[in-house]
Design a protein around this ligand. Structure first.
Ligand SMILES: Cc1ncc(COP(=O)(O)O)c(C=O)c1O
Length: 387
């Protein structure tokens, strides 16, 4: 099969994420996979689900993979498997998508917001220690940590796992944005107690609807998760041994994901080429993402920080006028959101999360972004900063 570079779409409007280019590359294979499921009719837990789970395990090296309905349910199931109790604290970054903290609140547990590092956008281990101290001071028992691999870059796991071990906390890795990345020779999916991911269409490995997965090397956690995913089932589906959820991945989505997985490694390579081109073209004009040594990203987003005092809306408007779509992830950190602002924050506020929220701008990023298009994006950004 031709590689990503052969499927770029000169002349078409610039897409923030070009799923159409991927579809053209895969040709009729995805449609055929969908039709196979429609023909055999096993829409729920059909054979494609187990096949995809095995392929995903082989891809990342996790011992157990359980697909599920979406990345949010994956986090919820992981918390249930860890036996989360009302009133316990879970340390989460503030600069993330709401789902990371939302699932903690589902169980009347307490998300404690931790600051992030300016150069990686990921959980700051120093702030994590402060968050644990804050929880203890408030009389809320810390139970675990949910680090997030924001924008596709793995979190500072050496430091986070050491802190978790010192305080006897579990670690659920929210890898919704980072499946396919690696941390010091370990693939995402093999770090922490349980890893969760999302196959939302815009994710690096996305399906054609909602989807997610849990990955773990822990045999007993895997057995519990399998039961939780289907209403806490025991020996069969009418034997209920615990309170669970209905959180299965649709067979059609599993069939689509298997096809997409065949080109995923090549797409990750292409994403890294796109990121490298952005870095060399932009490092003098904006703060580009830093890549810590030994860590690889899947570049779910390519997010830059604008220079101090720059009007982000004006820059985005200028880019839009040049045909360049952009996005802001995340304009308001969770500890400032109406739904979450009554929960504790680590130490004396989260200044880095606050600052990043006003500086970040994500540029078009996908494996099929051709060099000429990227040159146009770079020129448009440079021009907008000169205005
Ligand atoms: C960091 C993070 N966690 C969790 C989720 C939830 O995934 P889903 O949308 O599949 O429920 C997302 C999805 O956007 C995410 O970015």
């Amino acid at each position: 099969m031709p590689d990503a570079a052969a499927f770029q779409t000169s002349g078409a409007p610039i897409e923030f994420i070009d799923l159409g280019a991927q579809r053209r590359r895969l040709g009729p294979r995805v449609d055929e996979a969908i039709l196979r499921v429609v023909d055999h009719g096993k829409y729920i837990m059909g054979p494609e689900v187990a096949v995809f789970e095995q392929e995903l395990a082989a891809f990342c090296g996790a011992k157990h993979v359980l697909s599920c309905a979406n990345g949010t349910d994956a986090l919820g199931l992981a918390l249930m498997a860890k036996g989360i109790k009302p009133g316990q604290a879970v340390l989460v970054p503030s600069f993330t998508f709401a789902a990371t903290a939302e699932v903690v609140a589902w169980f009347d547990a307490v998300p404690v917001f931790v600051d992030v590092l300016e150069h990686t956008f990921n959980m700051d281990p120093v702030s994590l220690e402060a968050g644990i101290a804050t929880a203890k001071r408030l009389g809320v028992e810390p139970a675990g940590i949910i680090p997030v691999d924001l924008f596709g870059l793995p979190a500072e796991y050496d430091e986070i796992l050491a802190i978790a071990a010192a305080h006897r906390l579990w670690v659920i890795c929210d890898a919704a944005q980072s499946f396919g990345a690696s941390y010091k020779r370990r693939n995402i999916g093999t770090i922490g107690d349980i890893t969760t991911t999302s196959f939302f269409p815009a994710k690096p490995l996305g399906c054609y609807g909602d989807g997610g997965a849990l990955l773990t090397d822990d045999d007993s956690a895997a057995a519990v998760l399998k039961s939780l995913r289907v209403h806490g089932q025991g020996a069969d589906k009418y034997d209920n041994v615990r309170i669970g959820m209905n959180a299965r991945l649709d067979t059609i989505q599993a069939a689509i994901l298997s096809e997409k997985l065949t080109v995923f490694a090549d797409e990750i390579k292409a994403r890294n080429q796109v990121a490298a081109r952005y870095e060399s073209a932009l490092e003098e004009v904006v703060a580009v993402p830093t890549m810590p040594t030994g860590i690889t990203s899947v570049w779910a987003q390519y997010t830059v920080r604008l220079p101090d005092g720059r009007d982000r809306d004006a820059v985005a408007a200028s880019l839009k006028a040049s045909g360049v779509p952009t996005a802001v992830y995340y304009a308001k950190p969770l500890h400032r959101q109406l739904a979450y602002r009554h929960y504790p924050t680590a130490g004396n506020g989260l200044p880095v999360s606050d600052r990043l929220a006003s500086e970040v701008l994500s540029l078009p990023m996908h494996p099929y972004l051709e060099e000429g298009t990227q040159n146009h994006i770079v020129a448009a950004l440079r021009a907008s900063l000169r205005d």
